[in-house]
Design a binder for this molecule. Sequence first.
Ligand SMILES: [Zn+2]
Ligand SMILES: [Zn+2]
Ligand SMILES: [Zn+2]
Length: 370
Amino acid sequence: MTGIVDWARDLLVSRGALVEGEETGALRAMLPAELATELDSGEWLSLRFGAGAGSDDENEWLDRLGRLLPTDARVVGARLRHPVLVPPVDAAGALDRGLALQNGIHRVLEDCQQTARYYFFGFHYTIESDETSLGVVTVCLNASARTIVPQAEFLSNAVKDDLEEDPQPAVSRDELAQLFPIALRGVQPEIRRLAGAIEQSANRRLARDTERIDSYYKDLLRQIEKRIARRAADPDAAGRERSRIAATQLDRAAKLQDLARKYSLKIRIQPGDVLVVPLPVREISARLIRKKAERVAKLHWNPKLGALESPWCESCSGPAHPLFLCDDRVHFLCKSCAAPCVNCGKHFCRACQPRCKCGGAGAAAAHPPR
Ligand SMILES: [Zn+2]
Ligand SMILES: [Zn+2]
Ligand SMILES: [Zn+2]
């Protein structure tokens, strides 16, 4: 497990430690005094994980380091050290590519430099099977344009060095509360993707161990059956062997159940810090037109990503890319929230109404696997 070293490094650095890690599987750190107390360690911390003599117990350190995770999300405000100018872009082209609008048209009204409020939500995850894997996944939301920013990690790295702490950040608790569930939904597909790879390899080991146990018990049962055949003349002895068969079969079932438990996946997600930072964007105002209805939207072109951020679905808050518009109120919808009713085949907007007017069973399409 190399994941624990990266995770420990990030966690310790986030709490003010000086960390060096010159070899894989190991790290050395100098801890601030209060951090050392929290961890129950000296101010010089040296950890080595993996096989080999003198290596540290991973599970013990998972617990100890886990104590450092905030029980409540900590909100940190930051700002750019220097102002940045965002040059004009080809607004119509950016909307064409960035929205992938499926059932309407757009008309650019104007575009100008603007500052948008970005929220970076860090989520710590632990995926436990027979091995433990952990790390942090970041979800980034642009609260001003109501978009889910693709490549959150990339954006965070791109701006990180230009940031300074904002001593008086203007963070709205209401906005934070509103955004948090959207971020939490957003992190799940990513963690499921990570878990998928772990599950695959756990399944491979499960199949291998199952086969081993199966063949062991098959041999055992074969031997008992041979003994029964030999003792056909002695009904008592044969009876004893037969109850041995039953006991062996129970034993095998219990062993297989243990295996399934050992390799089953447990996923935990814990909210970590939230970074709130205003960043410059190119704001494109546009009319989005669907049949006779239209709305004016402000969309953001992100200079660090070199791309337009696509809005989130106003029904399920997933990414609405490609973008569908609703007929009546021009809601922004993802494909499955704009899909026709599975019962009557009519289109309806899941942001306007949770179920189709036909009221048939299963009228609202299931949300997409995200
Ligand atoms: Zn949706
Ligand atoms: Zn219907
Ligand atoms: Zn609608």
